[in-house]
Structures are given as structure tokens and as C-alpha cells.
Write a protein that binds this ligand. Structure first.
Ligand SMILES: NC(=O)c1ccc[n+]([C@@H]2O[C@H](COP(=O)([O-])OP(=O)(O)OC[C@H]3O[C@@H](n4cnc5c(N)ncnc54)[C@H](O)[C@@H]3O)[C@@H](O)[C@H]2O)c1
Length: 448
């Protein structure tokens, strides 16, 4: 009996990892030129904007990923992506304006990557899942909890995979920091606090403008639900389309809080406002505090996002009784564990086991001249670099996890249920600002 490529992919998804690995086809010929293999995947892209381009770049690095179709309502982005995929990368791609046409026409697509604005994620994801496609959908899962919930339900109902784009979950540096150093080795002892931020300067937060020559036509804007070209381009700042900086940026890092503390938050308080960019609808700054309760006790996590100052960039610090893990998606902003020498057990053994790197330089001496210091001041922490270096772009790792889940039954690192839990915590920050009250969560709030 012969098996078509699609049958193979279907049977792999159903049968799981062991059978799939055994049935895996050879993907390189004797000459080293890659030939199509049975477990190649046909992919579509919906949303060819900035993040769509990042995801396509990563997909193109993964063997066996073949683009069949792209969809974007904006000819400028659609044409650019079409030309790139067909001319430069020789993929046999059809371009669509409307995703409904894509669904109606394309018969041999296995999975879709969705990178449209947040307000469309549920509509696009649900339709693709119902069409029998696996979905990689960018964060934030949705700007509405009801819509995010519908995505979890559709994934369950259809039995198709739904990965949400919180790519830190597939990043080996984060996996090492959280799973190995914090959870397994208890390097920091009890982690009592987290402190994370994503701050952007004015120039990085300013409105996007494009030449009028490439504007979407007024008819198209209306047809697809956008009132003006400026709102179409700067959708993040408007309530109909997005969730503002706390959702756009904070969702990545607030997601990590739950991973580290091993539970969802109990409550959140927040302050923020439309203080600087008065023409926007969403808060240009939010500062919030989550409370967590795990088997070790209470922990608190502070998160801040500013759009008028890039001070401190973006990183997450996890603070425990023995020291602090400072980590960021960009290693230059955080990639070390700082040890509190008077409190922590010896860490040298972790250099031998390859869990930490030797300290590069001793901490700078605190200058005390003309400054009153007393014995209660903690000295700076000697910093032990993390040993993991990434050989691949961060999004590629998360996409690989998604494709390996389809092909070989590997568990998803951010399935719909986890994406939903994060959405509950993140969207609550905006509610806490709007209502000026502490939001208390029940465990059932996190179940879709
Ligand atoms: N994981 C990450 O690190 C990361 C980084 C940036 C953005 N994102 C997420 O990716 C998504 C896209 O963000 P972006 O920065 O690329 O935005 P963008 O505005 O640059 O791109 C969105 C694209 O979607 C297209 N689009 C809009 N409505 C559409 C429709 N009805 N049908 C088809 N296409 C439509 C637009 O024309 C545009 O090309 C967002 O959800 C965002 O939160 C994730």
C-alpha cells in the first residue's frame, strides 16, 4: 500500500512519536541536494507583516517546510512576500487577499502560521482548525478572553494542534534557567520575587507612517474592519484591534512568571494611563504587581512597560534567597545567575556539571567615598553566565517544536491551554488599570 505525503503526516500526528520516528523518510540525496520527503509539511501564512516576515525567515531554515500559500489584505506586504517566496526561495506559492478564499482553494495544506493583528487571531485560527489545519498563532492569543476561549475549544473539538507564539517557552536558555537551575537544582532557593520590564524609548514607540502611494484603498480598509490607515498600521494602540504595550510586550514575560512559580497568579494590581500619546486608546505605561501562592509560600512579581523611556531595556529577574537569575531573549540584556555569597551554598560544582560558566569578572567594589554605607547594604552579586548559546533564531525553535509536534508527536511547548492561562493574567492588567481595583483570580478563571 502506498501512502501519500498527507496521509503520512496525518498518521504521524495520530500515532505519536515512536511510530513517526521509525517511519521518517530520508530527506537528503546522495549529492546532498534535498528531495521532497514523506514528512515534508505544506504551510500557509496569514499575515505577512513584520512578524510574518520573521516567522517566514525561520520557517525557511527548517528542512521540509514548503510554503504553498500566503494571505494578506495589504497588496504591498502580500506582493513582497509572494516575490520573496517564489523568486528567491522557489516555493510554489499562491497569494490570497481574503483568508476565506485561501481556505476554499488550498487542498493540500497541513499547517498555517498566523501573524495577523490580535483581534483576528480567533477568527483566523478557528476557521483554519475547522478546515483540518494545525495552527501556529502568534501571541497575544486574542485581545478578548471570550475569543481566546473559543480557540481552545476549537482545537479540542477538531483534535488539531494549536501552538501560541510565546517563543521563550522553546528557548533552551530559558529552559535551562527555569527548568534546570530554578526548579531542578534549586539554585536560587525559594524564589520570592520577580521583576521584569520591557521599556521602549519614544522613537521606538512612535506611530508607524507609510508613503500614501502604498496605502490600502479606503474600500479595503472598510471591508476588513479598519477605520483609517493609521489605525490599520498602529492597531496595537486601539481597543478594537489590540491590547496596548502591556499585552503586546508584557505577555511574553508575564507568561514566564507562571512557568517559574509553577502556578497562575492569585491577584494583580496595576497603575497606568494614556499619559503621553493622547491620541491613543491604550495605556502607554503600565506598572503592575502579581501575587502567586505556591507550595513554598507567597511570591510577588513586578512588571513595568514604558513607551517614553527605554531605560533598562527588556529582561526578567527572578530573585530567590540565594541569588538572582537575570535573563532576556537578547543575552546581552540578561544571561546570568548572581550569587549572594553570604546566603548561598557553593556554586562551583555547577561549573563542573556545565550548568554555569565561571565568573568573568569580580563585582565592582562599591565606592563609599563621601557616601554613608552601613552593614545592612548588600554587596553586588558575582555573576555566573549561563552556558547556553543559541545556534538558531528564537522563533525558529518554537516553530520547530510546532512542526515536530505535527510530524513526530513531540509535546507542544505552548499549547492553547497555556496560551489561554497567560491571556487571563495579561488582559487582567488592563482591567485593573481601567477599574482601579485589585483583581482576584479564581483557579477556574484559568480554565477555558
Ligand atoms: N512572538 C513575537 O516575538 C512577536 C513579535 C511581534 C509581533 N508579534 C505578533 O504577531 C502579530 C502580527 O504583528 P506584526 O508586528 O507583524 O503586525 P503588522 O501590522 O506588521 O502585520 C500584520 C499584517 O496582517 C495583515 N492583516 C491585517 N488584517 C488582515 C486580515 N483580515 N487578513 C489577512 N491579513 C491581515 C496586515 O496587512 C499586515 O501585513 C501580532 O499578533 C503580534 O502580537 C509577535
Amino acid at each position: 500500500m502506498t501512502m501519500s505525503r498527507r496521509d503520512f503526516v496525518r498518521s504521524v500526528t495520530a500515532a505519536g512519536a515512536s511510530m513517526a520516528m521509525a517511519g521518517r523518510a530520508t530527506t537528503a540525496s546522495a549529492e546532498g541536494v534535498r528531495k521532497p520527503a514523506a514528512d515534508d509539511l505544506n504551510i500557509a501564512l496569514i499575515g505577512a507583516g513584520l512578524e510574518g516576515q520573521v516567522l517566514v525567515d525561520s520557517c525557511l531554515k527548517i528542512p521540509g517546510i514548503r510554503f504553498k500559500a500566503i494571505c494578506d489584505i495589504w497588496p504591498y506586504k502580500r506582493d513582497a512576500m509572494f516575490n520573496r517566496l517564489t523568486r528567491t526561495h522557489k516555493h510554489d506559492v499562491t497569494a490570497y487577499e481574503d483568508y476565506r478564499e485561501l481556505l476554499a482553494q488550498e487542498e493540500d495544506v497541513d499547517a498555517v502560521v498566523i501573524a495577523t493583528p490580535d483581534w483576528l487571531h480567533a477568527e483566523h485560527t478557528n476557521a483554519c482548525l475547522e478546515n483540518g489545519w494545525h495552527v501556529y498563532c502568534e501571541k497575544e492569543m486574542s485581545n478578548s478572553l471570550e475569543k481566546a476561549k473559543s480557540m481552545v475549544h476549537t482545537a479540542k473539538k477538531t483534535g488539531k494542534l494549536l501552538q501560541i507564539g510565546h517563543q521563550r517557552r522553546s528557548n533552551p536558555r530559558y529552559q535551562h534557567g527555569v527548568d534546570r537551575l530554578i526548579h531542578e537544582l534549586k539554585l536560587l532557593g525559594r524564589v520570592t520575587h520577580a521583576n521584569a520590564q520591557w521599556n521602549r524609548s519614544k522613537s521606538a514607540a512612535t506611530d508607524i507612517c507609510v508613503n500614501q502611494r502604498i496605502f490600502l484603498s479606503p474600500e479595503s480598509l472598510t471591508k476588513y474592519g479598519y477605520d483609517t490607515m493609521s489605525r490599520f498600521l498602529n492597531w496595537r494602540w486601539y481597543k478594537k484591534f489590540g491590547g496596548g504595550p502591556i499585552v503586546d510586550l508584557g505577555s511574553h514575560q508575564i507568561d514566564i512568571f507562571a512557568w517559574v512559580f509553577g502556578c497562575n497568579p492569585k491577584s494583580v494590581i496595576a497603575s497606568g494611563g494614556v499619559d503621553f500619546y493622547k491620541h491613543h486608546e491604550w495605556y502607554d505605561n503600565v506598572l503592575c504587581i502579581f501575587e502567586y501562592e505556591n507550595e513554598e509560600g507567597t511570591a510577588r512579581a513586578f512588571y513595568e512597560t514604558l513607551t517614553t523611556s527605554g531605560h533598562g531595556g527588556f529582561s526578567e529577574a527572578f530573585m530567590g534567597e540565594y541569588g538572582t537569575l537575570l535573563i532576556s531573549e537578547v543575552p546581552g540584556q540578561g544571561n546570568s545567575a548572581g550569587r549572594q555569597p553570604a546566603d548561598a551554598p557553593e556554586w562551583d560544582k555547577y561549573i563542573k556539571t556545565g550548568d554555569l560558566m565561571p565568573i568573568k569578572a569580580p563585582p565592582k567594589k562599591v565606592v563609599t567615598k563621601n557616601v554613608l554605607m552601613d552593614s545592612r547594604v548588600s554587596p553586588g552579586l558575582p555573576k555566573w553566565p549561563l552556558p547556553i548559546e543559541l545556534a538558531k533564531p528564537v522563533h525558529q525553535l518554537h516553530l520547530e517544536n510546532f512542526f515536530n509536534a505535527i510530524r513526530f508527536g513531540e509535546p507542544l511547548n505552548c499549547p492553547a491551554e497555556v496560551g489561554y492561562e497567560t491571556a487571563v493574567a495579561v488582559l487582567a492588567c488592563n482591567d485593573a488599570v481601567a477599574t482601579n481595583r485589585r483583581i482576584e483570580f479564581k483557579e477556574t478563571d484559568f480554565i477555558a
